[in-house]
Write a protein that binds this ligand. Structure first.
Ligand SMILES: [Cu+2]
Length: 577
C-alpha cells in the first residue's frame, strides 16, 4: 500500500490538507489508463466547528427563554440546524444563525429555539407541532433501560439478547411519544418491538408484540445488526473539496455530511453537495436527497417516511487515511470504502463521508472522485454515494439494505427523491426533454419544458433531460438508468421540474416537501410557473423493489463500485462545456 505522498497542514481559516493521488510503479491498477494525470484532493473545513455548535447549544439550553418553556419537565436536545443565509448569486455563506430543537417528554411538546453564533440576539423559543425524529442519545438510553430491565437483564448477560432500533421510530400511545426498539431473545427466537417511555422511564409492550404499523414474528430477514452507535442529529461536518488535476481545479464543491445536511430537521437529505463546479464553471447549486420512504406490498408494515441524519458505521480503511475534518476521511490511494450493502456485515469503523479516488471504466481521463456514506433508519441501511468523473460526469447513487426484521421479508418498495438545483454556469437556465425519434428517423425529438410540470420516465425512447445555460452553450444531460424504475401510485411520480423558490430572508424554500403523510408531497409546488430562462430545480425519484427473503444484500455488486441491481441513480453528463 502506497502511503500518502504529501500532507500539508497549515493554520489559518481551517485545516488544510493536500493528498497526492498519483499512482505509480507496481501499485498501478490493472485497468489504469496511461493517459491518467496526477490528481490531488484538497479539503478545507468550512463553517462552524463542533465546539462552536456545542457552545451554542448549551447557551441556548441555559437561556431564560428555554428554561421558562421547559421548567420542571423532562426534556432532551434533539437536533441542531444551521439557518441558511445569502442569495444564490454568491457561494454558500457560512451560517451565522441556528435552531436548537428540544423535546419535552413530560408534556409531549416540541420546542424550537433560534439564536446566533455571535450571541448578540435574544434567544427566541416557540412550540411547534412536529415529530423531532429519534436521536442517537434516545436509542442509547433505551438500550440501557432494556439491558437493566428485570426481565431482560439475565438474557442480556448470557449474550442471548439482541437489541436494535425498530420501525416506525416512534409511536404515540394515548398522546405519549414512545421510541420503538426491537428485542430478540435467543435461542427460542422470540421477537418483539417495545416502546420506550422516557416520560415514565419504563418499557411499554404493544398488543401483538409490535406497534400498529410494524410486526415482530419469529421469521426475520436481513443481516444481523451490529448495534453500533450512530451520529447525533446536527453534528457538524462541512468542508470544501477540490480535486486538482495537474494543479488545475477539476471539481470544486462544498460537502455537508448527512448529520448536518439541509431539509426537514427530522429527516435531512444525506450527503449534500453545494456549489459544484466542473472545470471552474457551476453545474449544481445544490444536490441532495430530501425525501426517502418505503411502502410494503399489502401494507403488511409501514408505510414509513425515513430519515438521513443518522450516520451509521461502515468500513473506511484507516491505514494511510487522513481525517482532515470531523466526519470526513480521505482514504489512502488504492483503498475503497465498503458498506453493509457490499459486505453483508453491519459492523464498521467510521461514520460520516469517506472520500477516495477510484479508477473506473466510464472514462480514460483518470480516476473518479467518490464520496460515500451509510445511514441507519430503524432496521434499514441506506447507502448514498456521489461520483464525480474527470470528464464531468456526475453519478449520484443510492443503495438499499436492512438488518434483521420481520417486516423486510415482505416485498417492499423504496423511493428516494433527489433534489438537483442545476445552475449551469449561472442560475438562469432552460430545460429540454430529449427522446429518440420514431423508427427510420435520425433526429432526436427535443421539446422545451416551459412551465412547472412532472414527467414520467420512458425508457423505450431513452427520455432524458437537458439543462442549458440561457445565454451560452454549456449544457448537461440528465439520463435515467433502468435500475431507477418507474413510479407506482405511492411513489407519486418520476421527475418534477420546479421553479427555484428563495423563501423568506434568503433561506431557500422547498428544500423538503410539506409532508402530510409518509408519501412524497411535491404536487402543491406544481403551479405552472414559467421555467423559461429561469432558475429551476429538478426532483428525480428512484424507485426500488426489494423482494427477496434472504439477507437483502446486493447479489451482483461489482466489488469495487457501488452498482448492480440494488443500487439506483441517474447519470448526469456534460453535453457541451
Ligand atoms: Cu428494503
Amino acid at each position: 500500500m502506497k502511503q500518502l505522498n504529501r500532507i500539508l497542514l497549515s493554520l489559518g481559516l481551517g485545516l488544510f490538507l493536500v493528498v497526492n493521488f498519483a499512482f505509480a510503479g507496481d501499485n498501478t491498477p490493472k485497468n489504469r489508463k496511461t493517459t491518467q494525470k496526477p490528481v490531488e484532493i484538497r479539503i478545507v473545513a468550512w463553517g462552524p466547528t463542533q465546539a462552536e455548535v456545542d457552545a451554542a447549544k448549551s447557551r441556548v439550553e441555559q437561556s431564560t427563554a428555554v428554561q421558562d418553556a421547559l421548567k420542571g419537565t423532562k426534556y432532551r436536545v434533539m437536533s441542531f440546524d444551521y439557518i441558511e443565509t445569502g442569495d444564490k448569486s454568491r457561494p454558500a455563506q457560512v451560517p451565522t444563525r441556528f435552531r436548537v430543537i428540544f423535546y419535552d417528554y413530560t408534556n409531549n411538546r416540541t420546542f424550537v429555539a433560534e439564536g446566533d453564533f455571535a450571541a448578540k440576539e435574544k434567544i427566541a423559543v416557540r412550540q411547534e407541532n412536529f415529530e423531532p425524529g429519534v436521536s442517537n442519545e434516545e436509542l442509547e438510553e433505551a438500550f440501557e433501560m432494556i439491558k437493566n430491565d428485570s426481565k431482560f437483564v439475565l438474557p442480556y448477560k448470557q449474550n442471548k439478547l439482541t437489541i436494535a432500533p425498530a420501525m416506525p421510530p416512534t409511536s404515540y400511545l394515548n398522546g405519549e411519544r414512545l421510541v420503538n426498539i426491537s428485542i430478540k431473545t435467543l435461542p427460542e427466537g422470540s421477537n418483539q418491538i417495545v416502546g420506550i417511555s422516557f416520560k415514565n422511564g419504563n418499557i411499554v409492550r404493544y398488543e401483538n408484540n409490535a406497534p400498529p404499523t410494524a410486526k415482530a414474528e419469529p421469521d426475520v430477514c436481513g443481516i444481523p445488526s451490529a448495534g453500533q452507535s450512530t451520529t447525533s442529529n446536527g453534528t457538524a461536518g462541512q468542508y470544501q473539496v477540490t480535486v486538482l488535476q495537474n494543479g488545475a481545479p477539476l471539481w470544486e464543491m462544498l460537502v455537508i455530511r448527512p448529520s448536518a445536511s439541509s431539509g426537514n430537521t427530522s429527516e435531512r437529505s444525506g450527503i449534500e453537495v453545494r456549489d459544484v463546479r466542473f472545470r471552474g464553471k457551476s453545474v449544481l447549486k445544490r444536490g441532495h436527497a430530501p425525501i426517502l420512504n418505503v411502502q410494503y406490498a399489502g401494507n403488511v408494515c409501514g408505510p414509513y417516511r425515513d430519515w438521513q441524519y443518522q450516520e451509521g458505521m461502515f468500513n473506511a480503511p484507516s491505514e494511510g487515511a487522513s481525517d482532515p475534518a470531523p466526519g470526513i476521511r480521505i482514504l489512502a490511494p488504492g483503498q475503497i470504502a465498503t458498506t453493509a450493502l457490499d459486505t453483508g456485515n453491519d459492523t464498521g469503523n467510521f461514520r460520516g463521508v469517506a472520500i477516495y479516488m477510484q479508477d473506473t471504466n466510464i472514462t480514460d481521463l483518470g480516476p473518479e472522485l467518490v464520496m460515500v456514506s451509510e445511514m441507519n433508519a430503524g432496521w434499514y441501511r441506506y447507502i448514498m454515494e456521489w461520483r464525480f468523473a474527470p470528464d464531468g460526469t456526475i453519478r449520484p447513487r443510492y443503495g438499499f439494505g436492512a438488518v434483521t426484521s420481520s417486516c423486510v421479508c415482505a416485498t417492499h418498495f423504496h423511493h428516494v427523491y433527489w433534489r438537483f438545483d442545476f445552475d449551469i454556469v449561472s442560475p438562469i437556465n432552460n430545460i429540454y426533454q430529449i427522446e429518440i425519434g420514431p423508427a427510420g428517423s435520425t433526429e432526436d425529438l427535443i421539446s422545451p419544458i416551459i412551465n412547472e410540470v412532472t414527467r414520467l420516465r420512458d425508457f423505450s425512447v431513452y427520455r432524458s433531460f437537458i439543462i442549458q445555460n440561457s445565454t451560452s452553450n454549456e449544457a448537461y444531460i440528465l439520463s435515467p438508468n433502468l435500475t431507477d424504475g418507474t413510479t407506482d401510485a405511492y411513489g407519486g411520480g418520476d421527475v418534477w421540474f420546479l421553479r427555484y423558490q428563495a423563501g423568506i430572508g434568503g433561506e431557500p424554500a422547498e428544500l423538503n416537501d410539506p409532508n402530510t403523510s409518509t408519501a412524497a408531497n411535491l404536487a402543491p409546488w406544481l403551479n405552472n410557473e414559467s421555467l423559461s430562462n429561469q432558475d429551476s430545480v429538478i426532483w428525480y425519484a428512484g424507485h426500488f423493489t426489494h423482494a427477496d427473503t434472504g439477507a437483502l444484500i446486493n447479489p451482483d455488486r461489482s466489488g469495487d463500485v457501488l452498482s448492480g441491481e440494488y443500487v439506483i441513480g441517474p447519470d448526469i453528463r456534460p453535453l457541451r462545456w
